[in-house]
Write a protein that binds this ligand. Structure first.
Ligand code: PGA
Length: 250
């Protein structure tokens, strides 16, 4: 049995005070929800405050990480620093980093290794653009992102990795992939884990769906065999809608 993960990616939203208010509003709404891991990824400035306010109820993730531990890298934050700020997880290779900050699969790979070395659980994002989907390149793109981004990892490394399938055309557009479309890509990704890592890793790796997940579409997505959770952007910003997504099983 794979334990589901519901993760909220706040992107560049919320001050420290707003972040703490969110956690305090969310906690009573998710009391007793022990069917899944619940993760939030606030901006760097609010990590420590969210970790302190969350206690054991929520896990905290960074939204990106540097591949070096320390050094002359203005603006970057390293994996040990994320740990120090209270993080247990980190999002790596989000399509907004790929599109707006020149993130490459090679860098994704270095960042995953740095995160694992520091004891963080990487949530690694992959997904095709609209043009790639329309020209039937989805599988090719996923295969390339997987081979390069997740290359050189052992089954042991893989036991600490979470994959997020996020079709770029579904992010922030209100255009969710249908559960069937998402399931097809998830199935394909799990097959890549079988051939490139191990059958056991494929059985246990959690593959999340991301892209316009909302309280009214989460159930259909979670009903799919290969969908093990969600990475939620816009709908994770309000405690009400995030709690409703966490409560998909009720
Ligand atoms: P969205 O974002 O839910 O707002 O589409 C998802 C993501 O970017 O991870």
């Amino acid at each position: 049995m794979r334990r589901p993960v519901i993760a909220g990616n706040w992107k560049m939203f919320k001050t420290i005070a707003e972040s703490v208010a969110f956690v305090n509003a969310l906690k009573p709404k998710i009391r007793g929800a022990n069917h899944c891991d619940i993760v939030v990824a606030p901006p760097y400035t609010a990590l420590r405050a969210v970790a302190d306010a969350s206690g054991l109820d929520l896990a905290v993730a960074g939204q990106d990480v540097a591949w070096e531990k320390e050094g002359a890298f203005t603006g970057d934050v390293s994996a040990p620093m994320l740990r120090d700020a209270g993080c247990s997880h980190v999002i790596i290779g989000h399509s907004e980093r790929r599109q707006l900050h020149g993130e490459t699969d090679e860098r994704v790979n270095l960042k995953i290794k740095a995160a694992l070395a520091a004891g963080l659980l990487p949530i690694v994002c992959v997904g095709e653009s609209l043009a790639e989907r329309e020209s039937n390149q989805t599988k090719e793109v996923l295969e390339k992102q997987f081979s390069k981004g997740l290359g050189g990892l052992t089954p042991q490394d893989f036991s600490r990795i979470i994959i997020a399938y996020e079709p770029v055309w579904a992010i922030g557009t209100g255009r969710t992939a249908t559960p069937e479309i998402a399931a097809e890509s998830h199935h394909f990704l799990r097959g890549l884990v079988v051939t490139k890592i191990s059958g056991e890793s494929a059985e246990s790796v959690r593959i999340l769906y991301g892209g316009s997940v909302k309280p009214d579409n989460i159930r259909g997505l979670m009903a799919q065999e290969d969908i093990d959770g969600a990475l939620v952007g816009g709908a994770s910003l309000s405690a009400e809608s995030f709690a409703a997504i966490v409560g998909y099983n009720s």
